[in-house]
Design a protein. Sequence first.
Length: 187
Amino acid sequence: MTASLLRFAALPLLLAGALVLTACERHDASDRTVVKDDHISGSAITFDGDTVTLHRDNQPTATITAAGDLQIDGKTVTTTDAQRLAMTGYRKELQAITLAGIEVGKEGAKLGVDAAGEAIKGIFNGDTDKIGEKVEARAEQIKQKAKKLCDNVERLRVAQDAAVALVPQFKPYAGLEHKDVTECRVD
């Protein structure tokens, strides 16, 4: 693969990684992560330790604590043990998919940077033929990890639907639909 073709092959991965990294801000000092979800218009999710806060346009802020308590607009929703368990399950799946997505995004961004470095080295060394093979092999590994995220999306949707079924007050904060899972699996 020539250096110019390599640049175009690595660009989508670099952009994907950059998008994930810019959509997620991590502040290590407070263990706080903010995720903006453009899929669900006007939404953002804040992770502060084990507490998840959901921000939706036209809705008061909702918080799910580590114990599974749901608070809407600062007021705790009275829940049973089963309801708290459902909310805890949703919170855990949401955190898992977010962390997995951030890792895949970081790998994609690193691949883009590494590919650019390899291309520059190849140009100076006059050996651009093997660069594409290296980059394509790593890109395929990242692509497979990204596809596995669809399993996380399915688990999150199931957990979300269980939470909505048991805690009706949570419904306005549930934006993941079955079609999102199907679309995720499309190449």
